[in-house]
Design a protein around this ligand. Sequence first.
Ligand code: MG
Ligand code: ZN
Length: 223
Amino acid sequence: MRVVLRSKVLQSNEQAAVANRELFGKHGLAVINMMSSPGSGKTTILEQTARTLQGEVKIGVIEGDIQSTLDAERIASSGAEAVQINTEGACHLDASMVAAAVQELPMSELDLIVVENVGNLVCPAEFDLGEDARVIVLSVTEGNDKPLKYPVMFRQATAIVVNKVDLIEHTDFDRAALEQDIKDLNPRAQLFWVSARTGEGIGEWCEWLKRRVAIRRGSAAGV
Ligand code: MG
Ligand code: ZN
């Protein structure tokens, strides 16, 4: 019984994801599904990103949290459009939650939507939201063994952002080991080393986002 219910749920998620992808394609929107464990700094990275890209890329952020609107308030004050999804206990977002949330965003005015998933490196991997890229944020204070512990998630990543790099000397984080593990698991993933606190590496990350936005705009225009 449980298995049947579960596969049913995933199937309808798939249908909702297809509809989302079609909608995003129609608007020429780049859409990123951002995932991490709690406390890795996704919201701080997004605040920095919104400030850096202000005037160049119009960003909408969908904040997924189990509870509270704290992160959405922070994002809104950095200049991006923000909408909050409270999952009321669920540990991941699904495509229909995202479908409802995007209705609250001015899609035709935006270039990029970032979905900040619930902090969790396990089940969000199973839910396609209709995104065109998956980004994993990992902070150096969590240690460098995350890719080996959560290979499913890391194998699917389009990009991996390692945050809090300003603290690396105070940790046992092994940069070379992480680079090797990523190379073995997912050699095509883009790897960024950033500090959302000091701004280090944020420029490079934002350039990558700008390239994705340009590609999506081009394909929506039929170029
Ligand atoms: Mg957050
Ligand atoms: Zn979950």
